[in-house]
Every structure is written in structure tokens, then in C-alpha cells.
Design a protein around this ligand. Structure first.
Ligand SMILES: C[S@@+](CC[C@H](N)C(=O)[O-])C[C@H]1O[C@@H](n2cnc3c(N)ncnc32)[C@H](O)[C@@H]1O
Ligand code: SF4
Length: 469
């Protein structure tokens, strides 16, 4: 294992001709779920969800995701579910409905179960005023009274909308992790993406968080944005590292202009070609590795003593809608517009438009829009894909024992499709494991795709996903 890691590290620094991998730049899922969100459908209803809630063991922990959809203005690259507003009454009304949802939820779900994780995402949760945020957190804690002492309580923060008062409220609510959106520091890139955020702004909010005793700070960056080059992105990461974040998320820009109108504002000729994007990614991995961070999954970096990295060593890293997490084995409850929940054998998503969401709640219903009931085959493939996406390896024997299958027979087609990756030295396959090389890690979405039973039913030119590179 040590030998393999060393080999991987050496591979990482060798010259690679990325041109030959350009053919892998094709639409593909990011696998924050399997089956992926386009498979969710309205056959899964509120009744199905309530039945699941009734049958869940009271020993299973809960993970709460609360979606606050509001932002002040559009960042043109954004792929999140956002409502742009500056109106106070919209936010006040939304909070009223969040409370309604929580009250209805409490009639179906055992809310006395232990909460091990709570995450505020968006949009921009800190675009709520400190008082509003306090109101939401207080209500949640009344409804879910049992938070684990070690519960991970986190919030996504836009540094342009964050004050010491927000920090105070979050700290009082038990927050121990903050994630700051930065994306890029280069002025031309910032202007093009419609997000002017001076480095000083980020530096100040990181100080506010550190002064409040937050010792897990994440910073989000994106590569693949207009006008980015290897050189400009290097400058961004050199500046960001001076803030000493504990974790970094370096996302591949997901360009989905058919879904996100503002992305159509970009001139696509200003995007770096796939080979350059791989160069940027390789340079980023090299830079953070040399500066004491370890790569976690396909787009995260963490310090060696961070529990995210330790979880890899213990084989306990999991992937979900928020990315990578150490807290597996909990049922995720999505609260708020568009939020997604999941359990052992289902996914569920709330309504995406405010009116329908409010109407459902006014009528005393959970605002279930759609979902998915997982079959045994889905659960097996989900395990395989999430292992590859999280640990860049698959213990074939473990899969055979866990699911009672003969791996080679069950996945004959997938193994056949993986041959081209084997021939390109991106993976190694034997009877007991699949191991991904360090160059293969950059193409992990492609390497996971052969195990996706739904993807192959869609012709390649009809796949509505962002490109893998
Ligand atoms: C909800 S936002 C974070 C909080 C806050 N709204 C902000 O922007 O600072 C979540 C993160 O998703 C990432 N993101 C948004 N759109 C993306 C896209 N099209 N491709 C890749 N990453 C994206 C950004 O890095 C962003 O920081
Ligand atoms: S990146 Fe963050 S601030 Fe920008 S539009 Fe998206 S959710 Fe809002």
C-alpha cells in the first residue's frame, strides 16, 4: 500500500500528455447520488416518504440539510437553486414556511432521533439577517432536541454577506464548520463571472471565524471558469493558502447552460480546453500536496489530521449531496425549497418553485416533488460508484461478501468498458480489487460511469450532464 502511494505520488509529478485524455471530456454525472437526480420521478410520493419515516429505526442518526435559496445577485457560473432578491418580506415569508414544514415533518418523523449533522446551504444562508438565522436555528433545535455532542454543524457563507453578528448567531447555534465561497481571485475572472470579491473581504471573514474559535474552515474554488489559465489559477491558490484553510473544495466548473440561464452569458471560447483544465487540476493537486494537504475524493483537499482524510484511511469516507463526509449511516432530511433527502433505499426532493412548495405546506402536506425507490441492483451499484468516487479503489471481495454476488459475472459489461482505462494505465483491475492511478483520479467520473445502469440507456449526445473535464 505504501509502495503504491509512493508510486502514485511520483506519477503525479511526471509529465503527462493530457491531449490523449481529451476524448474523455464527455457529459457525465458527478455522482452526488446514484441513481442520479434526472432519474428521480413523481412515482415516489409523500405517502412513500411517510412510510419510510415510520419504518426507520429510532437508532439511526439524522443528518439535516436546510436550504436557504436567497442571494443578492447572480454569479453567472452558478448552478445552485437560487432566488435573487433584496426584499425582506420574501425572506420573512420563507422562514414562516420553513417553520410550517418543520411542524409537519414532526408529525411523521421521530424527531427525537440523534442528529449528528446539520448543514445550511443555498443560495446564501448568511444573506438572512443574524436575527432571521437565529430564529431558524432556534426552531430547528426545538423540533430536534437531541443533537450529538460531536454533531457537525456547518454553514455555507458568502464572504460578501457575513458579519460578526452572523458569526455570533452561528456559534451560539453550535456551528463548528464554515465554508466560504471564493471561486477565483483574478480581477478579470471575477468581473466576467459577475462576482467582485476582493481578497481582503475573504481575509476579514476568515479572521472573524478564527477569532470565534472555528477550527474547520473550508474555501470553495472553481477551475474551468472563463479566462482562467494555469498561471492565473496558480496565483489564486497561492493567495488562498495564506489564509490557512483546513479544507479546500476545488470544483470543476459545471457548465449546464440549458439549465442555468446566466451561464449563457459566457463566451464559450474563453473557457480553457480540456487538456488545459487537466493541467490546471494537476498543478493544483501538486501545489496543495507540496503544501501539506491531501487530496480527498475528486475535488477536495484536507490537512493530514483532518477527519475527512483520516476517514479515507479507515475506509469511512462517504459521498452525498454536499460532497464528501465522514458521517455515513444517517438518514438525510432535506428541509426547504428543492432540498434533497435520502435514506437506505430512497431519495426524495422537495418542490423547486416557491408557489407549489407553499401550497403543499398550506394544505398540511410535506412538499414532496419527486424521489426514487432504490432496487437491490441500485443499492449495489450505488455502493460501487460511491466507493470509487470516495476512495479511488474498490475492494471486490468485500462487494462480493456484502451483496452475495460474483463480481466478474455481475459486472461483465462494466469490466469490459473499463478495459480502455486499464490499457491507458488509469486503473488496475485484478480479482480482488480495482485501484485507480493518480492520473485516473482526475477522470474518476468517467471510470465510475460503466457501473451506472441508467446512463447507458441514454445515447451519449442526449446526456444532460456537465462535461467530466
Ligand atoms: C451555495 S454556493 C456557496 C455559498 C455562497 N452562496 C457563495 O457563493 O459564497 C456553493 C458552491 O457551489 C459551487 N458552485 C456553484 N455553481 C457551480 C458550478 N456551476 N460549477 C461548479 N461549482 C459550482 C461554488 O464553488 C459555490 O461556492
Ligand atoms: S455562487 Fe453562491 S452567491 Fe453566487 S449565485 Fe450561487 S449560491 Fe448565490
Amino acid at each position: 500500500m505504501v509502495k503504491f502511494r509512493l508510486k502514485k505520488l511520483l506519477q503525479r509529478y511526471r509529465m503527462i500528455d493530457f491531449k490523449k485524455f481529451e476524448k474523455y471530456s464527455k457529459p457525465g454525472p458527478r455522482y452526488t447520488s446514484y441513481p442520479t437526480a434526472p432519474e428521480f420521478n413523481t412515482n415516489f410520493t409523500e405517502v412513500d416518504l411517510i412510510n419510510r419515516y415510520k419504518n426507520q429505526s429510532s437508532d439511526r442518526a439524522l443528518s439535516l440539510y436546510i436550504h436557504i435559496p436567497f442571494c443578492r445577485s447572480a454569479c453567472y457560473f452558478c448552478g445552485c437553486n437560487v432566488i435573487f432578491t433584496s426584499k425582506e418580506d420574501k425572506k420573512t415569508k420563507y422562514i414562516e414556511y420553513l417553520k410550517k414544514e418543520l411542524a409537519i415533518l414532526a408529525t411523521h418523523l421521530n424527531t427525537k432521533r440523534m442528529v449528528t449533522q446539520m448543514h445550511f446551504g443555498g443560495g446564501t444562508p448568511t444573506f438572512l439577517s443574524p436575527e432571521q438565522l437565529d430564529d431558524v436555528i432556534t426552531t430547528i433545535k426545538q423540533i430536534f432536541p437531541n443533537f450529538d455532542n460531536d454533531a457537525e454543524i456547518s454553514c455555507e457563507v458568502d464572504p460578501r454577506y457575513f458579519t460578526a453578528e452572523h458569526m455570533e448567531v452561528l456559534k451560539k447555534g453550535g456551528a463548528n464548520r464554515l465554508s466560504f465561497g471564493v471561486q477565483d481571485i483574478d480581477p478579470k475572472v471575477q468581473e466576467t463571472i459577475h462576482r467582485i470579491q476582493p481578497f481582503e473581504t475573504t481575509k476579514n471573514v476568515v479572521k472573524i471565524a478564527r477569532d470565534a474559535g472555528i477550527n474547520s474552515i473550508n474555501i470553495d474554488l472553481i477551475y474551468g471558469l472563463p479566462y482562467q489559465t494555469k498561471e492565473t489559477f496558480r496565483k489564486t491558490i497561492e493567495q488562498i493558502i495564506t489564509l490557512n484553510p483546513d479544507r479546500l473544495a476545488v470544483f470543476n466548473y459545471a457548465h449546464v447552460p440549458w439549465m442555468m440561464k446566466t451561464q449563457r452569458k459566457f463566451d464559450e471560447t474563453t473557457f480553457a480546453p480540456p487538456a488545459t483544465k487537466l493541467e490546471i487540476l494537476k498543478d493544483t493537486i501538486k501545489f496543495f500536496t507540496l503544501n501539506g494537504y491531501n487530496m480527498v475524493g475528486m475535488d477536495h483537499f484536507a490537512k493530514p489530521d483532518d477527519e475527512l482524510f483520516m476517514a479515507i484511511k479507515k475506509g469511512e469516507l462517504h459521498r452525498n449531496f454536499q460532497g464528501y463526509t465522514t458521517k455515513g449511516g444517517a438518514d438525510l432530511i432535506g428541509i426547504g425549497l428543492t432540498s434533497i433527502g435520502d435514506g437506505v433505499d430512497y431519495y426524495v426532493q422537495n418542490f423547486k418553485d416557491l408557489e407549489t412548495y407553499e401550497l403543499a405546506l398550506d394544505n398540511g402536506h410535506l412538499p414532496v416533488f419527486k424521489g426514487y425507490s432504490l432496487s437491490d441492483d441500485d443499492i449495489l451499484r450505488q455502493y460501487v460508484i460511491m466507493e470509487l468516487m470516495s476512495n479511488f479503489a474498490l475492494d471486490i471481495k468485500k462487494v462480493e461478501d456484502k451483496f452475495g454476488i460474483n463480481f466478474r459475472e455481475y459486472f461483465t459489461d462494466a469490466l469490459e468498458m473499463l478495459k480502455e482505462f486499464e490499457d491507458a494505465d488509469l486503473i488496475k483491475v485484478n480479482d480482488s480489487k480495482i485501484e485507480v492511478s493518480s492520473t485516473g483520479e482526475m477522470l474518476i467520473r468517467n471510470i465510475s460511469m460503466p457501473f451506472d445502469a441508467y446512463l447507458h440507456k441514454i445515447p451519449e449526445d442526449k446526456r444532460r450532464f456537465s462535461k467530466t473535464i
